[in-house]
Design a protein around this ligand. Structure first.
Ligand code: KIV
Length: 281
């Protein structure tokens, strides 16, 4: 709680202080109701650019725009009180250089109230990360499989196997030294995740990177079984809400066709109005 009695949200320094401690719990959210649910237990709520694939049916994250991120982040901000809200910078909004990144990150912060942004890339983004951090924009980095580079990688492949491990290690080291407050490690071998976690000063947040990391993140629709287009090996389904929703929609369809819905309890008579449970009946 703050001095005003309001719940105080976690800050980037709070996240850094958790390095090597109790694992950080992170999930994505794209809407107010989901943000409210995630905020009850998670440390970081990420408005991920995965929103493009999960909610908009795009084939990759490449078509996500800054305006889409702003709209979803505004919705999420209405549901977050205690977690740190981080917003993804979409493809094309930061890669030209530090000034472009600052302009767009500042817009994300000013228009959504987020306290930090996330961007993809390691060594090649270190200068940009330093530029943002030294101007008041906390950055969460993302190395390993960076989905915005799916075409360069030729698919959503494990990164950092064999001799390639050195590259990912250099990336993680570079973003840590540039001032990022945390780094997402996506789809890298367990041994590499362990080495990076021991090596860098900031928390590592794994997705497909083993429990050796300082924390974990998943796409919330994946772990709830609501996004079923494909199922990466690293996703554990904690619920099958997609199946439940499908069954509910089928039941509704049946009942409408058989005139069993609406039932007597859902219809209005034409007698004098009474108030039942706060609603005109
Ligand atoms: O866009 C996203 O949701 C992400 C996380 C899954 C790390 O980048």
């Amino acid at each position: 709680m703050s001095a005003t009695g309001e719940v105080k949200a976690l800050t980037p320094p709070d996240i850094v202080a958790r390095k090597g401690g109790t694992p950080l719990v992170c999930l994505t959210a794209y809407t107010t109701p989901m943000a409210r649910l995630v905020d009850t237990t998670c440390d970081i709520v990420l408005v991920g650019d995965s929103v493009g694939m999960v909610l908009h049916g795009l084939p990759s994250t490449l078509g996500v725009t800054l305006d889409m991120m702003i709209m979803h982040a505004q919705a999420v901000s209405r549901g977050v009180e205690r977690a740190l809200m981080v917003v993804d910078m979409p493809f094309g909004s930061y890669e030209e250089g530090p000034e472009q990144a600052f302009r767009n990150a500042a817009r994300l912060m000013a228009e959504t109230g987020c306290a930090a942004v996330k961007l993809e890339g390691g060594e090649s983004m270190a200068g940009t990360i330093q530029f943002l951090v030294t101007r008041g924009i906390p950055v969460m980095a993302h190395v390993g499989l960076t989905p915005q580079a799916v075409n360069t990688f030729g698919g959503y492949k494990v990164q950092g196997r064999g001799n390639d491990a050195e590259r990912i290690l250099r990336d993680a080291d570079a973003v840590s030294k540039a001032g990022a407050f945390a780094v997402v490690l996506e789809k890298v071998p367990e041994a590499l995740a362990r080495t990076i976690t021991a090596d860098v000063a900031i928390p590592t947040i794994g997705i497909g990177a083993s429990s050796a990391c300082d924390g974990q993140i998943l796409v919330v629709d994946d772990m709830l079984g609501m996004f079923t287009d494909f199922r990466p090996k690293f996703v554990k389904r904690y619920a099958e809400l997609g199946e439940q929703a499908q069954a509910a929609i089928a039941a509704y369809t049946r009942e409408v066709r058989e005139r069993r819905f609406p039932g007597a309890e859902h219809v209005f008579g034409d007698g004098p109005k009474t108030i039942k449970g706060g609603e005109a009946a």
